[in-house]
Structures are given as structure tokens and as C-alpha cells.
Design a protein around this ligand. Structure first.
Ligand code: PLP
Length: 383
């Protein structure tokens, strides 16, 4: 068999396994992390208009000027960042492509890259395929606190990059300013760049604010800030993302992009440009809507004896399910029929095996049905 060893042992992902099991058992699927029925009509209309009017040929490699300008204006508006849209914004086919562009473009084999565990599943295989050496620092549940000493020790003379995901999948953690300051201090001290996966930048609840690492003193030139229209506008299938960085960092990333996807469909880019400029009410409503869904599911999980850990961002609640998250998630999918994802899937090795992730960005009817089914399985408050 011809296969690179990094991918040879990558069997079907747990997301696929749980989704298939959910279909087989007609379970409510709270496993996959996509929003249901939340696509803003104004964005869909913008796409229809852009599709009718064209053009339909290869757009500029960096992205349409309209979208790059909109991304720069967005970052000024929300974070006070002065971004030059001509040289500091790259449009990609989803944040996943931007992440791969960064890893392939910035790593030389043997370079060390710090990852914070649990992490989004594409980081590790791409990092390994790029020849990077992962240095993993694990957050401590149930608070998902950042262990300062371990993080400090993880930086060595070989460290080139770190990946920071805030707001974070699967934990729902939003990194605080003091944690970001610790990371920034270490990055500056060791001359390390940060890939900032901020796809959930607009999904932050409880009056908290998302703070891009790029906005901390000394970090403007060291960070690549990655966003996704999929999350900000509830259109994950569109796969439109962007990367923002100083020209010296964005250059190598762009060179990978030109050989990997080269460009992203122009009509999607045009519609997303309109989304980026949406009024404050759009972003406030998104937060209010998701807060309501989060609270509904949190109550249902609590009543079922699966009280969730604190969650201030993203689409996800995690609950302590006691033991063997994998078996628990399979059982819950089969009976009473609610699919979730074992959090152990977000670890490289020796994971904690007691947390399950539930996506709350679902239709009200879906959440109500999930709540009714979870009630059937009430496991007692101490479970
Ligand atoms: C942390 C994180 N990064 C990146 C992505 C992928 O974003 P996109 O669909 O824009 O590639 C996801 C999607 O679930 C995610 O959770």
C-alpha cells in the first residue's frame, strides 16, 4: 500500500464514526460541530447576487480586494488593529487551509511547535507531515487552566511556532488576558511565532471579550490571526477563511496557498465581504442566540445528571461522564439516541477518558428532542 506513515494509520475519524452511528440509530446528532438553521438570509441573498453577476473565473490569489478590505476593516472595528489589506490579508478555503498553509510554509523539519491539548484534530497530522516536532502542553480540567510552569518549560531553542486556539474547541475556554500575557512573554523571549486559530472569535458569551493574541504588546509582528466565515456567519459548508499577519510572516504562508488551493470561489468571497461588514446587531444577535441555546442544553444535561463544565465560547459544552468517554458516547447514541463526541479524540496520547462534547448550535426542535431523550437517561447528580 502506498501511503505516507502520518496518514497511513488515520482510520475514519471519531466524528465520522459517531455520525454514522447516529444515522444508524436515528440519534439526535450533537456530535458534529456545525450550526443548524442559523444561516443569515442577508448573506444567502448576497451569495445569490454575486453568483448571478459573476465573475466565475479564478479570482486573485490573495483573495478578492473587496473581502481583504472587509477583513482589514473588521479587525480595525473589533480589535483596533491597523491591517494593510494589500499585504497582510490572505483569503483561504476555510481556516483549515490557512492552518495547513502556515504549518507547511513556516516549519523546517525538526522545528518544535507547541500545541495546547485538547486540540482541533487537523493540527497534529499536518504538523507531523510538515516535519515539525510537537511539544504538547495539556490544559487541566475541570477549569481547563493553563499550567504556567509546563508551558514555560516547553519552550526550547528549537521552538519555532505555537498554535493557540481561543475561543477553544472542544473546551469552550476563552483565554484570559493574563494567560495571553504569559504566552506573549514566552513567545517574545524565545523569538517564537504564534498561529492563532480564532475561528470562534464572535462566539464568546457571558459578557466576555475575545482578545486576539496579536493585540498584545510585541505580538503584532509575531502572530498569524486565522478566522472563518463558517463560524462567524453559520455557513461552515462555504469553507471561506482568512489569515492576517505581517508581510514577513504571511509571505511563506501565501506561497503554500498558491500551490495548494490558489483561490477560493469568488461568489462566496463576495458574500462573505458583506457579512464582515454586518451591523453590530448581527453579531450581538448571534451571541444572544447561541447563549440561549447553550443555556438550554446545559440545563438539559444537568437534569440528566451530566452537568457541563463552564463554557464561555465556541459551539460546545463538555460534561464529565465518569469513565470511558468512548463507550459512553456510543451507548448514549444507541439509547436514548443522542450523539456526542468523546473528548479523548482531541488528545495525541494517554487522554483523560471522562469527558464528552455536545454541540449546542442546533435548531430549537433538535435541542428539545435531545433534552427529552436525555431525560430518559437521567443518571443522578453525582455521575
Ligand atoms: C478550532 C477549529 N479550527 C478550525 C476549524 C475549521 O474551520 P474551517 O471550517 O473554516 O476550515 C474548526 C472547525 O470545526 C475548529 O473547531
Amino acid at each position: 500500500m502506498i501511503a505516507n506513515p502520518v496518514f497511513a494509520d488515520k482510520f475514519t475519524t471519531i466524528f465520522e464514526v459517531m455520525s454514522r452511528l447516529a444515522i444508524e440509530h436515528e440519534a439526535i446528532n450533537l456530535g458534529q460541530g456545525f450550526p443548524e438553521g442559523m444561516e443569515p438570509p442577508f448573506l444567502v441573498e448576497a451569495l445569490v447576487r454575486a453568483t448571478r453577476s459573476g465573475p466565475h473565473q479564478y479570482p486573485p490569489m490573495l483573495g478578492l480586494p473587496e473581502l481583504r478590505q472587509a477583513v482589514a476593516a473588521h479587525d480595525k472595528r473589533f480589535y483596533g488593529l491597523d491591517i494593510d489589506w494589500r499585504t497582510e490579508v490572505l483569503v483561504t478555503s476555510g481556516a483549515t487551509e490557512a492552518l495547513a498553509d502556515c504549518l507547511f510554509g513556516l516549519i523546517t523539519p525538526g522545528d518544535e511547535v507547541i500545541l495546547i491539548e485538547p486540540f482541533y484534530d487537523s493540527y497534529l497530522p499536518i504538523l507531523r507531515r510538515a516535519g515539525g516536532v510537537p511539544k504538547i502542553v495539556r490544559l487541566q480540567p475541570p477549569e481547563w487552566s493553563l499550567p504556567a510552569e509546563e508551558l514555560t518549560k516547553a519552550f526550547t531553542a528549537k521552538t519555532k511556532l505555537m498554535i493557540l486556539n481561543s475561543p477553544m474547541n472542544p473546551t469552550g475556554k476563552v483565554f484570559r488576558r493574563d494567560e495571553l500575557a504569559l504566552i506573549a512573554g514566552l513567545a517574545i523571549k524565545h523569538d517564537v511565532a504564534a498561529i492563532c486559530d480564532e475561528v470562534y472569535e464572535h462566539l464568546v458569551y457571558d459578557g466576555l471579550a475575545h482578545i486576539p493574541l496579536m493585540t498584545l504588546p510585541g505580538m503584532r509582528e509575531r502572530c498569524i490571526r486565522i478566522g472563518s466565515a463558517g463560524k462567524s456567519f453559520s455557513v461552515t459548508g462555504w469553507k471561506v477563511g482568512y489569515a492576517i499577519a505581517a508581510p514577513s510572516l504571511l509571505g511563506p504562508v501565501t506561497r503554500v496557498h498558491q500551490f495548494l488551493t490558489f483561490a477560493t470561489p469568488p461568489n462566496l468571497q463576495m458574500a462573505v465581504a458583506e457579512g464582515m461588514a454586518a451591523g453590530d446587531a448581527y453579531f450581538a444577535d448571534l451571541i444572544a442566540d447561541l447563549t440561549r441555546r447553550r443555556d438550554f442544553l446545559a440545563k438539559a444535561l444537568t437534569e440528566a445528571g451530566l452537568p457541563p463544565l463552564p463554557c464561555h465560547g465556541s459551539y460546545f459544552l463538555t460534561s464529565d461522564v465518569g469513565t470511558d468517554d468512548d463507550a459512553f458516547c456510543r451507548e448514549l447514541t444507541i439509547k436514548p439516541g443522542v450523539a456526542s463526541i468523546p473528548v479523548s479524540a482531541f488528545y495525541a496520547e494517554n487522554p483523560p477518558r471522562r469527558y464528552a462534547r455536545f454541540c449546542f448550535a442546533k435548531r430549537d426542535e433538535t435541542l428539545k428532542e435531545a433534552a427529552a431523550r436525555l431525560r430518559l437517561t437521567a443518571r443522578g447528580p453525582m455521575r
